[in-house]
Ligand binder design. Structure first.
Ligand code: UPG
Ligand code: F6P
Length: 487
C-alpha cells in the first residue's frame, strides 16, 4: 500500500532542521514525521510531499528528494510551487493548485498513484481536495489547528478583522478548512473535544456534521519515548554543562526549583501570561526561577535582533516586565537546538523538581506537555483544548485558565508544591496512552476500513475559485456574519 502525506508548510529533512526556529516549524511537523516513520515501519510505502525551497537562508530544503536514516520506504518529496523563496504558511494559499499539480506530475512520472492521501492543516487539506477532485483518490484531513479557534482566542472582532485578515488570511484559511473537512473521507482528531468543540464552531456549520460518526476518527498523537526518556542519555553530560554555563549563568540562586516554558514564540502561546504571573508573585519568585526556551537566543535578551518581528515583540515585552520588576537573576532565556536537547534539558530540570508550563490561550492538542510529562516534569497547562483530555481534567497535571493571571500563579504554585505527585501521575498517564506506534496503527486501520467501502458523495462543498486562481477573493460573508453576531 502507498500512502501520501500532503504538508506544504514548514518543511522536512533528515535532521529535522529549524524546528521551532520559525512559527511554521512546530508540532505538526513532528506529528507528520513520527506517523510517517511508524507507517513505513509497518511496511507501507510512504511519500511526504512538501515544498521545494531554493533560498540561501533555507539551504536544507532545495533537493527534490530527502530521506530519514534507516527508513527505506519513506521519501520526502519537495515540489516547487509559489516560486523558490521561503514563504511563511499564511502566504502559501494562492499556490496550492500548483502544489497539487506538481504531486500529480510526480506520480505520472513514476507510473504509480497513492492508495490514500493524508492531509495536514488547512493548506494540506485544500491540496488534497483539489487532488481528489482530479484523481478521486480519497484523503483524510488532520487540522492540527483550526482557524476559528485562533481567531476567537486572538480576539478578532468586526472592528479589527481586516487587520488580522491581512496578517493571517483567516478568510482564505476558514474556506480551505471547510472544504477539507467536507470533502475528506474522514477527519482525524486528537481528542473528542477537538471534534465537538473545534469542528463544532459556528464557522464550520454546513461544512461538517459533528454528529456523523463516519466522518471522525479520534486518534491521539504520541510521544517519542526514546527521545523523551526519563533515563539519562549520553548527551546529558555535555548539554547539562551548556545549561550550567549559559542558561543559569544569569541565575543567582541555582538551588531553587524551575518554571520551564518551551512553546514556539507565538502570540497564542501566551508567554506573557506566565511572566506576568511570576512578576506579581513574591511567593513564586522565592520558590522558583523562570526559564524560557527561545530558539537562537544564546545570549539571552542580547540576541533579540536575530528574532522575527513577531518574536521580538513578545520577547521585548518580557524584557520590559523583567526590568520593571527587577527580575534579573530570576528569569533566563535559553536556546535549545533540537528535540534531543529539549528532552535533555527537561531531564536536568526534573532533578530540580520543576514544572513545565503551557499557558496557551487555546491548544488544539499539545505535544509539548505530554513530552514534558514523559520525562517527569510536573505539568501545568491551559484548560482550553487538548490538555483537558490528555491530563484528564486535571487528574494527571494542573489545568489553568490562561486568561486569569491569578489562576496561572495558583496553578504553578500547586505544581511546584506537589511536584512528586504530578511528576509520577503525568509520566504514568502518558507512557500508557500516547505513543506514535499506537497513532500510526490507528491511522492504518481507519484507512484500510475506508478503502474496503469508499463512499464518494456528490453534494460536496464547491472548491472556491480563489484556489484555481480564478479570482483573488474568497467569500468573506460567512466570517463577517459570524463576527457581527458575536460582538
Ligand atoms: O525548543 C523546542 C520547543 C518545542 N519543540 C517541539 O515542538 C513541538 C511543539 O508541538 P505542540 O506542543 O503540539 O505545539 P504546536 O507547535 O503549536 O503544534 C500544533 O500541532 C500539534 C500537532 O497536531 C498540536 O498538538 C498543537 O496543538 C498544534 O498547535 C513539540 O513536539 C516539541 O518537542 C522543539 O523541538 N524544540
Ligand atoms: O497558529 P496556527 O496558525 O493555528 O498554526 C499552528 C500550526 O503551526 C505549526 O506550528 C506549523 O508546524 C503547526 O504545528 C501547527 O499546526
Amino acid at each position: 500500500m502507498r500512502i501520501a502525506f500532503f504538508n506544504p508548510q514548514g518543511n522536512f529533512d533528515k535532521n529535522s532542521s529549524r524546528l521551532t526556529e520559525h512559527p511554521d516549524f512546530g508540532g505538526q511537523l513532528i506529528y507528520v514525521r513520527e506517523v510517517a516513520m511508524e507507517l513505513s515501519k509497518l511496511g507501507i510505502e510512504v511519500d511526504i510531499f512538501t515544498r521545494k525551497i531554493i533560498d540561501e537562508n533555507w539551504p536544507e530544503f532545495k533537493e527534490t528528494f530527502d530521506y530519514y536514516e534507516g527508513y527505506n520506504n519513506l521519501r520526502i518529496i519537495r515540489i516547487p510551487f509559489g516560486g523558490n523563496k521561503f514563504l511563511r504558511k499564511e502566504l502559501l494559499w494562492p499556490h496550492l493548485k500548483e502544489f497539487a499539480e506538481g504531486i500529480l506530475k510526480y506520480y505520472d512520472s513514476i507510473g504509480k498513484m497513492p492508495d490514500f492521501v493524508t492531509t495536514h492543516y488547512g493548506d494540506g487539506g485544500i491540496t488534497g481536495a483539489i487532488f481528489e477532485d482530479i484523481t478521486h483518490i480519497p484523503f483524510s484531513f488532520t487540522a492540527h489547528s483550526l482557524g476559528a479557534q485562533k481567531m476567537d482566542k486572538l480576539g478578532v472582532n468586526k472592528f479589527n478583522f481586516d487587520g488580522y485578515d491581512e496578517e493571517y488570511n483567516f478568510s482564505i484559511r476558514i474556506n480551505a478548512e471547510r472544504v477539507s473537512m467536507n470533502r475528506s473521507a474522514f477527519n482525524i482528531v486528537s481528542t473528542n473535544l477537538e471534534r465537538f468543540e473545534q469542528y463544532g464552531h459556528q464557522l464550520y456549520n454546513g461544512a461538517i456534521d459533528i454528529n456523523d460518526d463516519s466522518k471522525f476518527k479520534v486518534i491521539p498523537p504520541g510521544v517519542n519515548v526514546k527521545t523523551f526518556s526519563s533515563e539519562n542519555k549520553e548527551l546529558d553530560n555535555d548539554f547539562w554543562n551548556e545549561i550550567e554555563k549559559y542558561l543559569i549563568r544569569d541565575i543567582e540562586n541555582r538551588e531553587k526549583q524551575y518554571i520551564v516554558v518551551s512553546s514556539r514564540v507565538d502570540e497564542k502561546k501566551n508567554h506573557l501570561g506566565v511572566v506576568r504571573a511570576y512578576a506579581r508573585s513574591k511567593e513564586l519568585q522565592k520558590m522558583a526561577n523562570l526559564v524560557i526556551f527561545v530558539r537562537g537566543l544564546k545570549n539571552g535578551f542580547k540576541d533579540m535582533d536575530k528574532l522575527s518581528e513577531k518574536e521580538q515583540k513578545i520577547i521585548g515585552e518580557i524584557k520590559r516586565i523583567v526590568e520593571d520588576h527587577q527580575l534579573y537573576g530570576k528569569v533566563s532565556l535559553f536556546d535549545v537546538p533540537g528535540q534531543e536537547e529539549l528532552a535533555s534539558a527537561y531531564r536536568y530540570f526534573v532533578r530540580k523538581k520543576s514544572v513545565f508550563v503551557l499557558p496557551a490561550f487555546y491548544e488544539p492538542f499539545g505535544l509539548a506537555p505530554i513530552e514534558a510529562a514523559a520525562v517527569g516534569l510536573a505539568v501545568v497547562a491551559t484548560k482550553n483544548g487538548g490538555p483537558m483530555e490528555s491530563f484528564d481534567k486535571g487528574k494527571y497535571g494542573v489545568l489553568i485558565d490562561p486568561f486569569d493571571i491569578k489562576d496561572i500563579e495558583k496553578g504553578i504554585l500547586d505544581g511546584l508544591k506537589n511536584f512528586d505527585k504530578y511528576s509520577e501521575l503525568g509520566k504514568k498517564r502518558v507512557l500508557e496512552n500516547y505513543t506514535w506506534e499506537i497513532t500510526a496503527k490507528r491511522y492504518l486501520k481507519s484507512i484500510e476500513e475506508y478503502l474496503k467501502n469508499p463512499i464518494r458523495k456528490e453534494n460536496y462543498l464547491k472548491i472556491p475559485g480563489f484556489f484555481f486562481n480564478e479570482k483573488n477573493e474568497v467569500d468573506k460573508s460567512l466570517i463577517l456574519e459570524y463576527l457581527k453576531s458575536t460582538n
